[in-house]
Ligand binder design. Structure first.
Ligand code: FES
Ligand code: FES
Length: 162
């Protein structure tokens, strides 16, 4: 059964016979493999992509029900460059299996803006990313990376405006 997904700005014809998940369609039909299928039941966040700008667990989302634009880790490569650099610099990933989902979710979070207060910001990020489970890192560097990028982007915006 044909279905059109808009993925990273491009209309893509996919086959949704058998009601595959969005994750399966992205990985097996479109060769977009950054989103990982780990638990496969909506518990870990490794398969996170954005649907209509919202972080979405693609392993439990039937592709046939997706009518809003999909953004993948691959499509967010430019937007997430500073975030990925911070992740690499601070050791915010080890095995890296959770990282595409973490980065995609953080992209959406950074678009919304974060609290100014440092403690409130860390708590906000920690809570927002709590559905993206990491078995390796202890989360501290992940949260610090997202907060640092928020600071840097705010500074750059101030410089541009002044
Ligand atoms: S693989 Fe989708 S939530 Fe775990
Ligand atoms: S870096 Fe290994 S699961 Fe997060």
């Amino acid at each position: 059964m044909p279905h059109t997904l808009v993925v990273d700005g491009r209309p893509r014809e996919v086959d949704v016979s058998g009601l595959p998940s969005l994750a399966t369609v992205l990985r097996d039909q479109l060769q977009l493999t950054a989103a990982k299928i780990a638990c496969g039941r909506g518990e870990c966040g490794a398969c996170t992509v954005l649907v209509g700008g919202r972080p979405t667990m693609s392993c439990i989302t039937p592709a046939v029900l997706v009518h809003e634009p999909v953004e993948t880790s691959e499509g967010l490569a430019e937007e997430s460059r500073d975030l990925r650099e911070h992740f690499a610099d601070t050791g915010a990933f080890q095995c890296g299996f959770c990282t595409p989902g973490q980065v995609v979710h953080a992209c959406a979070l950074l678009r919304t803006g974060l609290p100014d207060d440092d403690g409130a910001r860390r708590e906000h990020v920690r809570h927002a990313l709590s559905g993206n489970i990491c078995r390796c890192t202890g989360y501290q560097a992940i949260v610090s990376s997202v907060c640092a990028v928020a600071d840097e982007r705010a500074e750059r915006a101030t410089e541009v405006a002044s």
